[in-house]
Write a new protein. Structure first.
Length: 518
């Protein structure tokens, strides 16, 4: 049973319209009726008496026109008991200090505001909807974009699970503001073009675009922003061009780790032996375990090659130690590491392939002009050998194919120096959103967060500073807020999705029942 809120202690607030005289006849406005509502604030409970006035003069053109207090919406949203300052405080604690709903409820209760965790969760969604509504059409944002001379647009999409929605973010690189954030069920050109149109509607020129090479994005930019320089991310190019090499490198690392598993047994044998020989053996075992922990950073830091080289250094050091003084346990370690020789051919092949990738990376920063840089990159990719080794030949063919596809848009920064060479800043921004959510919830999976709150939180975290929330929220159009909140919650759709996952047979049966017969 719902607990009745106590109204035993409260303050009375009387609200009147700022104008107390009729514009038509200059006579004093009279009270038409009084509206009473209760509002919970951080300072306590308020009884708000809103006096609605009207002109009652006979023959006045403004007769019976109602005048409401202007400050009525500055305290609370229509039909909400908790005031805007409570909503703003919940948003600050939730998305600024990353507190859980339980922590927020406890803090507010300590301050004298009785609230449940359920209400905190609902009001945190209200906060996001208010933020999204207040950010749209922000005149200060438009002024700032114009003052900096234009927009450098970064575009990227986040699809937390295949077959589900994709969160698309369009962000200005220079101001670091998210201009458009939208969830799309389909990520085709037709769906992305309206997002770019929203940016164009700001009335600020778009000077350039940075993205990865997604076909829909490239087509949408060409259609919506003809003639605007479009830079493809160098990181994504190198990642795609190095894909078969990286796969072979990961396979090499896996095989190397399998071949040195016997190290554990040697380590257990000498674990409790006090002799100097045992200490030396343990030291070499520690070295082997540590070098196997490095995962590398593709596309330019291969983990397999690095592991091979480091294990080989340990093997050579073991050989030197054994020559200085024989040891059965050290010899055992050396024998285990001798298995590296079976991968020597693959290692040599990958060294050649990675040298190609590194040379391509250097060519991305060379060339006096766009045409010269593109020609150099194409020429090198086309000159890679294809006869000596079948595996290398396949890698070389892949490199030339990817380079041909990327090359026309890899050097747009020559035409527009403000363009970054990679889209990593936007990806780091997205990663930070996920990291903060994991820290609050303790959950590794951020799928639900990205699909539900990600759009509004991205807009919130891209703000240059924390605005005056009370003033910003009071100026929000109620219809726009209600629309944003409905899109955020999408209760009916999410309820259907939950029912379909829980019991598909019952869900389908209900659909059939709801379908009217002819």
């Amino acid at each position: 049973m719902k607990k009745v809120r106590s109204h035993s202690e409260y303050q009375v607030v009387e609200l009147y319209p700022a104008r107390r005289e009729c514009e038509g006849c200059q006579s004093s406005l009279k009270e038409a009726y009084r509206k009473v509502r209760w509002v919970v604030t951080l300072a306590g409970l308020l009884r708000v008496n809103s006096h609605i006035l009207e002109c009652q003069s006979e023959g006045c053109r403004e007769r019976r026109a109602r005048h409401r207090p202007e400050k009525e919406g500055a305290l609370a949203l229509p039909h909400y008991t908790f005031g805007l300052e409570v909503v703003a405080r919940i948003g600050e604690l939730r998305y600024g200090e990353h507190q859980t709903v339980e922590e927020i409820a406890r803090e507010l209760k300590h301050g004298g505001v009785g609230i449940s965790t359920r209400e905190v969760q609902l009001l945190s969604e209200v906060f996001l909807a208010l933020v999204e509504s207040s950010v749209k059409g922000d005149p200060q944002l438009v002024e700032r974009l114009r003052a900096q001379g234009g927009i450098i647009l970064a575009i990227d999409g986040v699809q937390p699970e295949k077959g589900n929605e994709t969160l698309w973010l369009l962000r200005d690189v220079r101001s670091e503001r998210v201009l458009v954030a939208r969830n799309l069920l389909s990520s085709g050109r037709v769906e992305i073009e309206p997002l770019i149109a929203e940016v164009k509607a700001l009335g600020v020129p778009v000077l350039g675009v940075i993205s990865d090479k997604q076909a829909a994005v490239c087509l949408a930019v060409e259609q919506a922003l003809p003639g605007v320089p479009h830079q493809l991310s160098h990181f994504h190019y190198l990642r795609d061009v190095a894909q078969p090499v990286a796969e072979a490198d990961r396979k090499l690392k896996k095989q190397l780790k399998q071949q040195v598993r016997g190290i554990r047994e040697v380590e257990r044998r000498v674990a409790h032996q006090p002799e100097a020989e045992a200490a030396t053996v343990r030291g070499y075992c520690v070295a082997v375990r540590e070098v196997m922990r490095d995962d590398g950073k593709y596309p330019l830091e291969p983990a397999g090659i690095t592991l091979y080289e480091r294990l080989n250094k340990i093997r050579q050091s073991l050989g030197g130690a054994i020559r200085a003084r024989s040891s059965a346990q050290l010899q055992r370690l050396h024998t285990i590491l001798d298995a590296l020789t079976t991968q020597a051919k693959e290692y040599a092949r990958l060294v050649v392939a990675w040298s190609w990738i590194h040379h391509l990376a250097r060519l991305l920063d060379q060339g006096a002009s766009r045409a010269e840089a593109e020609a150099q990159l194409r020429r090198y990719a086309g000159s890679l050998p294809r006869k000596a080794d079948q595996s290398l030949s396949e890698m070389a063919t892949h490199i030339e194919k990817i380079t041909t596809a990327f090359a026309p848009k890899l050097f747009a920064f020559h035409d527009q120096p403000l363009l970054p060479k990679t889209n990593n800043e936007l990806e780091v921004f997205i990663g930070q959103l996920k990291k903060e959510r994991r820290r609050v919830t303790g959950r590794k999976d951020t799928t639900a967060f990205i699909l539900r709150e990600g759009r509004a939180v991205a807009l919130l975290h891209s703000l240059p500073s924390e605005p005056n929330w009370l003033a910003a929220f009071a100026a929000v159009e109620i219809e726009q807020f209600q629309k944003s909140l409905a899109e955020l919650r999408r209760a009916d759709e999410r309820s259907q999705a939950w029912q379909a996952r829980r019991d598909l047979d019952v869900y389908l049966s209900l659909l059939e029942q709801d379908w009217p017969p002819d």
